[in-house]
Design a protein around this ligand. Sequence first.
Ligand code: PLP
Length: 382
Amino acid sequence: MPYFDHNATAPLNTVARDTWLRLSDEAWHNPSSPTRDAARARIRLDAARERLAGFLNALPERIVFNSGATEGAHAVFNYWRQTFPTDARIALNPTEHPCVLEAARRFFADRIVMLPITSDGVVRVDALEKLLNENTSIAGVAVMAANNETGVIQPWREISQLCDARRRAYLCDATQWLGKLPGSGLGEVGWLIASAHKFGGPKGAGFLVLAPQADSFASQPGGAQERGHRGGTEDLPSIAAAVAALAEAEQSKVFLEEERLRWRREFEREIIASLPNARVIAPDADRLWNTVSLLLPHAENTRWVAKLDKRGFAISTGSACATGKEGPSHVLAAMGVPADEARRVVRISSGWSTTEADWQALREAIVAVAAEIVPPDNVIKL
Ligand code: PLP
């Protein structure tokens, strides 16, 4: 079944699966135990950390393995609240994933400033700069690397430099970027969070990169695992599998193949030609090669998704976490997309093994579904 919902989760990469099985047999020991087998597990844990650090240009000792981005966001904001002045505020990109927005609200409540964005959903760096110059009470900034619903890429390098120069903390959610674009440099931005299942690793595994001077960070006290930053026995097979999955993407560089972007663009062009009232969201923005946020005519997105599902195509209405919730996406609302249009937007997200033929088949299926639900005058068959 052609799977176009990689931004919700990706299938387990075969190298990651092999790694997980092998280490579950060979290295199941507790890396903190005082035996030789445990020491061998510890060596493998350190090797996974070093390898990951290499892909991100991070310092290995700043990497904390955890369960993923949701945990990471909560841990970072909690630490910020504990270490920032009591009246400090934070600035957020309004199109962040709900796990970032909700964690921020939990720890900062009404001490949150939403950043201005363009109609394509890109944070305005000039406005951020002005805000940081004028508001000394803003101590931290959170802007993701790439958006899960639209694929829109944020200027995280510039934002990181800006925050660095103004001595503000910066949290970057790289969950959708990693595995789809090179991770190089992300380990230097400040605080970084990610989940392995978005790039072909196991679910429930991820990591956090600590900013410099975060030595007192202890998200959950307990054992002295992860240098005391996160208590709890490390899941070495999942950690090693996560790093193996990222290594597959980074080393094969499939994500840099230009044709992948071309397939997505062709798909967009042909769909718009076939369905007069269809529209791509943020068409001119820099977007991930795998993601299309598509406004479809006539029916609500849930109907399109269900009909395509019946035909064997997995797509989504938006962020997986928002699926089933009432109301249109907060991302589209922040971009100024009217609510009645946002309810007709679907998210299509391809993966590393998606072919040009899969994109064409999806286009044909959408046109076929349109013939069922759109009044005949509004469909042009190619
Ligand atoms: N951040 C982004 C951009 C995401 O797309 C997701 C998942 O959809 C998350 C964070 C949360 O990831 P997890 O549920 O693995 O913690």
